[in-house]
Design a protein around this ligand. Structure first.
Ligand code: ZN
Length: 151
């Protein structure tokens, strides 16, 4: 049975506090730490993700302002069969840029980018805060999509 992915999440690591303009949304401050961005792509999921991983690109979405920044790194990509908004709403975290990635959002998420931890280290993050575990349900729709993008 072929899985029908609808959405994806990118875990971003911001290595130092940055303050940048996100197009017309305005200028925001992003403290160092880890963030989860939730997006949707029912078609061309692979191309969409490959695009997110490229540093060089023309800015089109809010997320591009972060993924092209030298202090920002995508450290994990996950795909899901869930609707992007319900997935986003299950992700616990703080909103640092209201409206981010939420131009098409119809479910009042507030933002499709969430600040999940001040820690930039995965192990420490999992052990101390456990947000990773509780963000995915037991009967997880995740593909085993852990990718070490650094190597
Ligand atoms: Zn939403």
């Amino acid at each position: 049975m072929k899985r029908q992915y609808k959405s994806y999440q990118l875990t971003l690591k911001i290595s130092e506090e940055i303050s940048i303009r996100i197009g017309r949304l305005g200028v925001f401050n992003f403290p160092a730490g880890r963030y989860i961005y939730t997006g949707s792509a029912e078609k061309n999921m692979d191309q969409r993700i490959a695009r997110h991983l490229r540093k060089e690109k023309k800015i089109h979405w809010h997320i591009d302002y972060l993924t092209t920044h030298r202090s920002v790194e995508i450290i994990e990509v996950r795909r899901s069969e869930e609707d992007e908004c319900s997935l986003n709403q299950k992700t616990k975290g703080r909103i640092t840029a209201p409206g981010f990635g939420a131009s098409d959002c119809t479910k009042a998420c507030g933002s499709h980018l969430k600040y999940i931890s001040a820690s930039v280290d995965i192990k420490q993050h999992q052990n101390q805060e456990g947000h990773f575990e509780c963000s995915a349900p037991k009967e997880s729709p995740w593909e085993n999509g852990m990718r070490n993008l650094k190597s």
